[in-house]
Design a protein around this ligand. Structure first.
Ligand code: GMT
Length: 383
């Protein structure tokens, strides 16, 4: 198949999933065309059978708000016509599903069929879509899509409850390539850990876009409590609006030398397996991709019981779950695990097993391919 993919190319879970999906589709023999305002950050630009098409946005002085959505629709239609795309797959409803709708309608006038699929990721529904000004157009984008998927049962239910869409929503969970995200052999792991920590020190990690929903301040507070009890380091991967607040708290607590802000990293699969635990104290996660990537590396998470996270993490089995804001509980949970090697190893093994048995790219890719075929065959599905 020839598949166009549109996503937010910057740091964020939906862009990561879209990029990894494109890479997996290309590896499975499909032709993939990314259409976005810049190259998705996890794409190195050297992958075979993957092309990137930049969307140029006019900055004509009259445009106080340059119309990206329209430029995107135009580019989608052009790429679809020039490269004979079979379908478009857009990640994140706003504005991508609306641009795809416009592209489909433009091409229909030239008798070119271009069905589009929208994958809902979370904040497009829980935050953006519920802002009243975006609600009707988000619902329109969902209903006009030829197919809609959501990345967890939680998100599917939430979308139905809040938007009452006419379109059926299929759950296709997020995935991870278990041959890329995997534990390291002990010698490599020890060498990698030595870059950040002394022998005998524990390593905790956080990976996000540092937006308020991630509660980055809680990450530092949980770590501060852990570091009071045992020698430990914290790796903060990513960047975003709450980074300076997190740095400030680390300084105020006097643990700045133990917290390493690594910024945006394109190869997180090389850093995650060095850690002992991942901290994900989010206000909300429709899925929690960072936790899955860590689990595949045999790193269990200390996380919050929110949104779709309990579909991925079973408390006490492959990770730990706590109420939002329960800094003390999360710190205690982390300390208990780090002090009990037997329990830790069982949980780490269970985390890797969950990733491999339920969320491996090799298991999820066929679900997308089958969905594409059904959409191309005309099974649009209404709710
Ligand atoms: O969480 C963010 O701020 C980014 C957001 C996105 O769309 O880029 O992440 C959402 O999609 C991820 C990939 O499907 C999910 O793993 C995240 O749980 C989800 N975030 C929220 O629901 C807050």
């Amino acid at each position: 198949m020839k598949i166009g993919i549109t996503c937010y190319p910057t740091y964020g879970g939906s862009g990561v999933v879209a990029t990894e999906l494109g890479i997996e589709l290309a590896a499975a023999g499909h032709q993939v065309h990314f259409i976005a305002y810049s190259q998705p950050f996890r794409l190195r630009g050297r992958e075979q059978d993957i092309a990137f098409h930049e969307v140029p946005v006019s900055n004509y002085p009259l445009f106080e708000y340059p119309p990206y959505d329209l430029a995107l629709a135009t580019r989608m239609a052009e790429v679809a016509a020039y490269y004979e795309l079979d379908l478009l797959h857009v990640h994140y409803a706003i504005p991508h599903s609306i641009s795809a709708y416009l592209a489909r309608e433009m091409l229909a006038r030239q008798k070119h069929r271009l069905p589009f699929i929208t994958t809902l990721h979370g904040t497009d529904i829980t935050l953006v879509g519920l802002d009243h000004s975006y609600l009707p157009i988000t619902r329109f984008g969902i209903d006009e899509s030829d197919g809609v998927t959501a990345i967890s049962n939680y998100l599917k239910d939430k979308t139905i409850q809040e938007f009452h869409p006419e379109k059926a929503i299929e759950v296709i969970p997020n995935f991870v390539n278990c041959d890329v995200y995997m534990p390291l052999v002990e010698t490599e792991r020890a060498a990698g850990r030595a870059r950040y920590a002394e022998p005998g020190e524990k390593i905790l990690v956080h990976l996000s876009n540092f937006r308020p929903v991630k509660r980055t301040a809680d990450v530092i507070r949980v770590f501060a409590r852990v570091a009071r009890e045992l020698p430990a380091r914290l790796l903060m991967i990513g960047d975003g609006p709450d980074r300076s607040a997190a740095e400030w708290i680390a300084h105020r607590k006097g643990i700045q030398d133990r917290v390493h802000f690594l910024g945006k990293q394109s190869s997180v699969s090389e850093i995650l397996p060095l850690a002992d635990l991942l901290l994900m104290p989010s206000e909300l996660e429709s899925f929690g991709l960072a936790a899955l990537e860590a689990m595949a590396c045999r790193v269990p998470s200390i996380a919050t019981r929110v949104g779709g996270v309990p579909e991925l993490i079973e408390d006490g089995v492959n990770g730990r779950l706590f109420p939002v804001g329960d800094v003390e509980g999360m710190a205690e949970g982390a300390l208990e695990l780090l002090r009990d090697p037997g329990r830790y190893v069982a949980m780490a093994e269970a985390a890797r097993h969950t990733a491999q048995s339920r969320y491996c790219a090799s298991k999820i890719l066929p679900l997308y391919e089958d969905f594409y075929r059904r959409i191309l065959g005309g099974a649009a599905g209404s709710g």
